[in-house]
Design a protein around this ligand. Structure first.
Ligand SMILES: Cc1cc2nc3c(=O)[nH]c(=O)nc-3n(C[C@H](O)[C@H](O)[C@H](O)COP(=O)(O)OP(=O)(O)OC[C@H]3O[C@@H](n4cnc5c(N)ncnc54)[C@H](O)[C@@H]3O)c2cc1C
Length: 601
């Protein structure tokens, strides 16, 4: 096995869960009433232990040994088998899933925090663990009772894996254009077509893999309305649950990638011999709508994965910076060499990582709390509001976090200097592994367009306005009375107004027929909204830290809260003001990217 680089802790996790979000309030939801806060603590401390001791040692194997393809079979790194066994024995697959099918029914927020620890330990390994429960959830929500009885339990306990099969050689972002076919054949459909880039499409961790395949029923209308969803097992499953014959599902190769080498990215042929059976899920023509339920979960997961990477990158960089002796401090002449953590520029980069990691965590956890409330709050109006906030935040979580984690990887490597560029340290692997996050589950441009085209106007603009009101109210009630954070609150207020100015511009573009200005500015706009959202949540944390500093329980708490105040200040003064530059760029309405002729590009 490779080296164990798991150095992160859970101090900020505990702070956000308990002191900012008051996770105990989840116990008031009927669905979670059988849990206690001690249960939450126990789940998370166990997850941390297994992540650190059993999963993290497999991190380098994923990259160095990688996955191998031979004669239709994919083998995963050897150490993944042992990690899978431990993960399965601990029932981690079903932590947040329906107890009726063997899950444990834990809140989404607690489940996802546990996943954050495992993802810090070895994300490519977690790509295998996530697919079975994800696909099982879709079957549970939309499948017939027969499909649920046949598949769900074994997908929730790690007996069977899953593959989510949407992408085709000529169809990526244009998901509604899929060409895979489904021909009715009695109780089943005969599935045929090629899917590419399928995560965990084939591997040797489980005896069966239950694919969800997007395909077009013969004669269906073109476009999204003609797309349906099918359950397609690798090995057929008999009515008594035992395994039957192979189902004409073939892996024809795996991709060789810049990162995520421990995760098998497979090209799949369905029905090469005309003998691939699929079961329709739900109604014909609803495939994309159903799939979007899973895609939305995956978009949230991208944010969490970014937080998971950032936390361990930070811990590794900090440990290195505290040991490495190099250079003399700027402006000194006594020739004294210091640890690099004493250099201002290294501190700048460490603070970039720390502030972004904590800011992204605040955003992601808040969104997961909203997901819990949207499902389980006793008040239907609160459920609706929580759902709207989750919808509004999802593109921010997906795109803002995944673009930032690539920058974090860059800073992390830079902190370590030449060693950062070597495979002796884990940062370069994180930096390569994380790039996929801005691409899959809808590229980040798709998120920006979703924010502007759908989310701003969702529920007649109520979701967006509700968020604006909350930030405004926070500044008015908490900010103005807070002398220490006056400057930071003023920056938040100014940035919010700048964002609202762009929203007004988008309305004007629509009226004036200048809608083509939207794609030119969409990505920048998403970052502006995300920075205001993150700054708001971090300033909430700063106010809590100020209060706690009046009588900290011990020295550890004192330095944590002092650090929190400086970190929030750093974010608000070093990241949030980027809003002003971006809004200025947007207001210039520069169209040179469109006007330049293709032959001049
Ligand atoms: C490692 C890995 C794992 C994956 N796992 C899965 C999986 O499990 N299941 C699955 O189905 N797929 C999977 N994918 C596929 C992934 O979801 C697609 O790569 C992604 O949807 C983008 O599609 P594409 O690669 O065809 O890029 P394209 O859609 O060709 O996009 C190329 C560029 O053009 C831009 N673009 C596209 N359309 C527009 C537009 N209308 N306006 C402006 N810009 C546009 C995009 O934003 C992007 O920058 C995986 C991919 C990788 C690399």
């Amino acid at each position: 096995m490779g080296q164990n680089f798991f150095k992160r802790d859970d101090r900020d996790v505990q702070f956000v869960l308990k002191e900012q979000l008051n996770v105990a309030q989840l116990l008031e939801c009927d669905a979670y009433k059988d849990f206690t806060t001690e249960d939450f603590d126990m789940i998370l401390s166990q997850a941390m232990k297994i992540a650190a001791n059993d999963v993290a040692p497999t991190f380098q194997d994923g990259d160095r040994e990688g996955c191998h393809f031979e004669k239709g079979k994919v083998t995963v790194p050897k150490s993944f088998h042992q990690a899978w066994k431990v993960y399965k024995e601990g029932s981690w697959f079903g932590l947040g899933l329906n107890p009726e099918y063997g899950g444990q029914g834990a809140p989404v927020l607690i489940t996802e925090v546990a996943m954050e620890f495992f993802q810090s330990a070895n994300f490519p390994f977690m790509c295998f663990t996530g697919m079975g429960p994800g696909n099982g959830g879709m079957i549970e929500n939309y499948g017939t009772q027969k499909l649920k009885d046949l598949f769900v339990q074994k997908m929730y306990d790690g007996t069977w894996g899953g593959g989510m099969c949407l992408t085709e050689p000529a169809v990526g972002s244009d998901a509604h254009m899929v060409s895979a076919k489904a021909i009715p054949d009695g109780e089943y459909y005969r599935i045929s077509g090629t899917k590419i880039f399928i995560t965990s499409g084939e591997h040797d961790l489980t005896e069966n893999i239950i694919h969800l395949v997007i395909a077009r029923i013969e004669g269906a209308p073109p476009g999204a309305k003609g797309v349906s969803l099918f359950v397609v097992p690798k090995i057929r499953v008999n009515d008594d649950g035992s395994l039957g014959e192979p189902n004409d599902v073939a892996c024809i190769g795996i991709e060789h990638k810049m990162g995520l080498n421990g995760s098998a990215t497979c090209a799949m042929n369905f029905g090469e011999n005309g003998n691939c059976r699929g079961y329709l899920v739900g109604e014909p023509g609803m495939g994309l709508a159903y799939m979007f339920q899973m895609v939305n979960l995956a978009r949230m997961a991208v944010g969490l994965e970014s937080v998971a990477f950032a936390s361990n990158i930070y811990a590794n960089c900090l440990a290195y910076a505290k040991e490495r002796i190099q250079g003399t401090p700027y402006g000194t002449k006594d020739g004294r060499r210091v640890r690099i953590v004493e250099h201002t520029d290294i501190r700048r980069m460490l603070m970039n990582i720390k502030a972004l990691a904590e800011g992204m965590r605040a955003l992601v956890y808040k969104a997961y709390l909203m997901e819990d409330f949207s499902k389980a709050h006793s008040d239907p109006e609160e459920r609706k509001k929580a759902h709207e906030r989750l919808e509004l935040f999802t593109p921010l979580v997906k795109a803002y976090c995944s673009d930032r984690i690539y920058e974090i990887g860059r800073d992390g490597i830079q902190i370590l200097g030449g060693y950062g560029f070597t495979k002796e340290y884990p940062i370069e692997q994180y930096a390569r592994d994380c790039k996929i996050l801005s691409i899959w589950d809808g590229t980040n441009y798709v998120q920006a367009v979703d924010l502007i085209g759908r989310k701003l106007k969702m529920s007649g603009g109520r979701a967006f306005q509700g968020w604006v009101d909350e930030v405004t109210e926070f500044i008015a009630s908490t900010g103005q009375a807070n002398d220490t954070l006056k400057e930071e609150m003023a920056l938040l207020s100014e940035a919010l107004q700048a964002v609202l100015g762009v929203v007004a511009k988008y309305d004007a573009y629509k009226k004036e027929g200048r809608i083509d200005l939207v794609p030119l500015t969409a990505t920048r706009f998403l970052d502006c909204v995300a920075e205001v959202a993150v700054a708001h949540l971090l300033l909430e944390q700063a106010v809590i830290a100020q209060r706690k500093l009046a009588s900290p329980a011990n020295e550890g708490d004192k330095s944590f809260y002092e650090g929190k105040l400086e970190t929030v200040r750093y974010y608000v003064k070093n990241f949030l003001p980027q809003v002003f530059g971006r809004v200025r760029i947007i207001s210039l309405e520069d169209t040179s990217a469109v006007l330049i002729k293709e032959e001049s590009l």
